[in-house]
Design a protein around this ligand. Structure first.
Ligand SMILES: O=C(O)[C@H](O)COP(=O)(O)O
Ligand SMILES: [Mn+2]
Ligand SMILES: [Mn+2]
Length: 551
């Protein structure tokens, strides 16, 4: 393997030594101004005043299978940090299924060893959102595993309503139940065994609230939950009606037989696959399943299982150790280059997005490259609430810490994520999302004021759209209505482009956005940031967005 030359060439014109603030507004796209565009409705004077260039943040521009795929935080921050477009989990799993390689590799052969005597359990997000998982892939795994000897299959589903419309869980359950019924006709004992809403059961992230993972453990592994149903369709329909939970927050349930016994606890000798390809909301469960000295909650019973992830979720921790598809190998990220070229770096967000500007930014790698030159600060997020209850979240605290980092003179780059537009946008609460966008704008102001004071440079951008469009639209772009005549709230991300704004007193006056890049995307930002630090990007990086004209 060729050794990497980490030394970045000097930029021909742009100086070194300027403080550069990189601000990622999570879920902040560009869309027509109307009442469902919360960024437009909110008072956002600071971001409104910035001069933007729009870049693509979805689909093939960020390594997703097609341009019908909305962007998301993982692929967005990967592209921002890595400066190149890598085929992402969704695409890699598609390819492994299409070629059949998934069945030949080590991961599947490992879990297959249990098929003779044990049950195959599949745990993950059941939707066609394509952000964490995809229903068609789950269908192919169920079918493929049964064709290859799995005689007893149990699904542990997490309902979505966040990357897809609320209420769509019913249709997804119907689809998978049809497949399972067909398998039963062929003599395979295949059933859904448990479930719950993704935000309340299992899919916490960055260790914000372990009780979420514990609720899932109790249902999936121990077969215990406050709600018991004879089948999953009845479970989802009933829990949506009473206690009137939405898909994201359905309470945990288990499916029981006539005698009231759970149909699918995980026991010694079983195999488990977590079928999400995206890491952030599966890695906590992976730890509970795999770490022998796990101490985040009492697991009560730790079955001896063969476990594989759809992908490996953390390359540093090698977690899980077995996986069905190899993750994208995202190396030589801009963060690593810049640190190795002496750029002292500060990264900050609150818990729910902390890994976005560290782990995802650095190519799905946790930890520092060089702890003498880096400081990552995590502001604890609120837990146990939906963020429309506290739409300002920790934006002010993030901004204060960042301001202090800028003014301290200890850092050359400060890199932050402001979660408000995204996290509140996902709740579908339009009024709260307007408050959220205002709070993010105020945070940007505080950061830009500090940049002004130190003669620095800012680059403000976003990872994908969300808050700029809160309604499901038809092909003509008109809001769609549900059966009762109310507008259909869009809780998910969008396909919209996102802004990139560059400025500040330290910016060379000749810097312009180039006009010769046909369709720039998020991956063009890394080379741009390197330029702002006075370096040229490596030759295989997507090209910079800027040029310097004589001034
Ligand atoms: O995990 C989530 O919250 C959503 O599925 C996607 O949102 P994110 O990509 O902005 O994190
Ligand atoms: Mn995001
Ligand atoms: Mn989001």
């Amino acid at each position: 393997m060729a050794t990497t030359n980490w030394t970045l060439p000097d930029h021909p014109t742009l100086p070194k030594g300027k403080t550069v603030a990189v601000v990622v507004l999570d879920g902040w796209g560009e869309a027509s101004p109307d009442q469902y565009n919360c960024i437009h409705v909110a008072q956002t004077p600071v971001t409104d005043s910035l001069k933007n260039r729009l870049v693509k943040a979805h689909g093939t521009a960020v390594g997703l299978p097609s341009d019908d795929d909305m962007g998301n935080s993982e692929v967005g921050h990967n592209a921002l940090g890595a400066g190149r477009i890598f085929a992402q989990g969704a695409k890699l799993v598609d390819a492994a299924l299409a070629s059949g390689k998934i069945w030949e590799d080590e991961g599947f052969n490992y879990i297959k060893e249990s098929f003779d005597k044990g049950t195959l359990h599949l745990i993950g997000l059941l939707s066609d959102g394509g952000v964490h998982s995809r229903l068609d892939q789950v269908q192919l795994i169920v079918k493929g595993a049964s064709e290859r000897g799995a005689k007893r299959i149990r699904l542990h589903i997490l309902t979505d309503g966040r990357d897809v419309l609320d209420g769509s869980s019913v249709g997804f359950v119907e689809t998978i139940e049809k497949d399972l019924a067909q398998l039963r006709e062929q003599g395979v004992d295949a059933r859904i065994a448990s479930g719950g809403g993704r935000m309340y059961v299992t899919m916490d992230r960055y260790e914000n609230d372990w009780s979420v993972v514990k609720r899932g453990w109790d249902a999936q592994v121990l077969g215990e939950a406050p709600y018991k149903f004879p089948n999953a369709l009845e479970a989802v329909k009933t829990l949506r009606a009473e206690p009137k939970a939405n898909d994201q927050y359905l309470p945990p349930f288990v499916i029981v037989d006539e005698s009231g016994k759970s149909v699918g606890p995980i026991v010694d000798g079983d195999a488990v696959v977590t079928f999400n390809f995206r890491a952030d909301r599966m890695v906590m469960l992976a730890k509970a399943l795999e770490f022998p000295d796990f101490d985040k909650f009492d697991r009560v019973r730790v079955p001896k299982i063969k476990y594989a992830g759809m992908l490996q979720y953390d390359g540093e921790l090698k977690l899980p150790s077995k996986y069905l598809v190899s993750p994208p190998l995202i190396e030589r990220t801009s963060g690593e280059y810049l640190v190795k070229n002496g750029v002292r770096t500060f990264a900050c967000s609150e818990t729910v997005k902390f890994g976005h500007v560290t782990f995802f930014w650095n190519g799905n790698r946790s930890g520092y490259f060089d702890e003498t030159r880096e400081e990552y600060v995590e502001i604890p997020s609120d837990s146990g609430i939906t963020f429309n209850e506290q739409p300002k979240m920790k934006a002010l605290e993030i901004a204060e810490k960042t301001r202090d980092a800028i003014l301290s003179g200890k850092f050359d780059q400060v890199r932050i994520n402001l979660p408000n537009g995204d996290m509140v946008g996902h709740t579908g609460d339009i009024e709260a999302t307007v408050v959220a966008c205002k709070a993010a704008d105020e945070a940007v102001k505080m950061v830009l004021d500090a940049v002004e004071q130190v003669g620095g440079i800012y680059l403000v951008t976003a990872d994908h759209g969300n808050a700029e469009d809160m309604v499901k639209r038809n092909k003509a772009g008109e809001p769609m209505l549900d059966k009762s005549g109310s507008i259909q709230i869009l809780t998910s991300h969008t396909l919209q482009p996102v802004p990139v704004a560059i400025g500040g007193p330290g910016l060379h006056p000749g810097v312009r956005f180039r006009s010769d890049i046909q369709t720039p995307g998020l991956a063009n930002v890394a080379a741009t940031v390197m330029n702002l630090h006075g370096f040229q990007a490596p030759a295989d990086y997507e090209t910079t967005l800027i040029e310097v004209v004589d001034k």
